[in-house]
Write a protein that binds this ligand. Sequence first.
Ligand SMILES: Cc1cc2nc3c(=O)[nH]c(=O)nc-3n(C[C@H](O)[C@H](O)[C@H](O)COP(=O)(O)OP(=O)(O)OC[C@H]3O[C@@H](n4cnc5c(N)ncnc54)[C@H](O)[C@@H]3O)c2cc1C
Length: 453
Amino acid sequence: MSRSSKETMEPLTALIVGAGIGGLSAAIFLRHQGHKVLVFERSKFSAEVGAAIHVAPNCQRLLTRMGISTTDHGGTPLERVINLSCRNYIAPDVDLTLTSYLLESSPWEMSATLPLTQVIEKAGANWDLIHRADLHSALRNRALSREGAGSPVQLFLNTRIIDMDVQNATLTLAGGDVATGDLVIGADGAHSWTRAFVAPESQPQFPWGKCCFRWLVPYEELNEKFQCDNRNTLIEWTGPDRRIICYPCSNHSIANFGAFVPSTEVTTSNREWNNRASKEQLLQCFEKFDPSIRQILNQVPEDGLKIWELFDMQNLPSWANDCSALLGDAAHPFLPFMAQGGAMAIEDGASIGALFPLGTSRADIPSRLQMYEQCRKDRVERIQDFTRRSGRNNDGSEGPRPKGNYLIEILCSWLYLTGIHFIGEEVASFLPFCIDHDEWENSSRFLAEQTHY
Ligand SMILES: Cc1cc2nc3c(=O)[nH]c(=O)nc-3n(C[C@H](O)[C@H](O)[C@H](O)COP(=O)(O)OP(=O)(O)OC[C@H]3O[C@@H](n4cnc5c(N)ncnc54)[C@H](O)[C@@H]3O)c2cc1C
């Protein structure tokens, strides 16, 4: 399409509820297509919170399309995964064979170590670990920048919306003002308010049975051996029904920890990310773990320890309704066990951008949003399902984890590349299915097939 014919086309007005990872991504992709974008955010963003999140290759290549380089924002490449089984865990009937048969032991009771280099090379983009606040501010700056394609996104902070009309694409704000657009995107996160309007048949979320303690520690405060062994590494310490993970972010200056424990053993006050947690409770939950791990837990900064309760939800029958749609956690809240929640929200944003080139008419909006659902829903639900199974207890008490957990999965993909095929098709193909994907390409191709655009 020539520049002059593009300029004469009418842009659409998109209203987005929620300026999180997914909402801002959709805003950037729509802006780049030449549309007008207004984003309404409940919070003030005075102190954006979160910890480190994964930018796997499927997500990385979309950030590159947006003009964002994770290395400019403290992105720390992930190169290997180490699994350490807690052999000193003395609970009865402990079966750690899943992780213990692979490799020789080490001072850290290492049961498996796997290079990711080949998998990442094949995917063709980095797998970076980045602080959520850094990723969020990179997206926000990109959305608001005067530079780059399209007009800057208009962001309204500290805004409460009290009504939404999915047919007429309007939002009523708390003061009584009405914002009118051509389409409305609900990107308001796991505890979404817009979900009830777009998918009125949605079921309430339910507790998943685990809580996650999380904290950050400067690497220099951890002992030297730990620092040296664990550069560019994700470590997982597993017990039968609990686990701890650690990985770096912020140019390797910060170690990010998460500790998953049965909800019955801890107290949380609400569903937010930022609940303060008790160090005493954390230590109690891991009292049977190896002393080397307890030593790390003893270094947890008391005032920086947070806890959040994990929730799950039945898959929604539909993500789109007339001129409105859901994306990210609002459409499909993710458990954290495959580290793909943020990536799926960004992929959703890319899909919406690709399906709405400049020149899309208002009459086309409902069918384009149906296409969005067709492009995304099966893929997301397959990854969600795998995530749920990966989060099951290691002792099999909640049903089997996938043949090979997250870690074994990577090994299997690697073995597959070397020609050793002793594992099931699903396991062998899952990681490439997840990270080799380019949603911009996928949705653009789909649109071309459907409309000869
Ligand atoms: C504060 C916070 C910290 C997080 N920390 C981590 C982390 O450390 N590691 C990790 O893997 N994942 C973390 N996540 C989750 C991860 O960012 C999301 O799973 C993922 O990015 C999905 O993106 P999303 O855009 O769907 O939702 P989110 O990124 O959660 O964004 C939703 C946005 O909608 C806003 N919002 C909610 N309700 C309304 C409303 N009624 N009106 C207007 N705006 C509304 C929220 O304030 C938020 O900005 C965090 C999420 C949040 C909100």
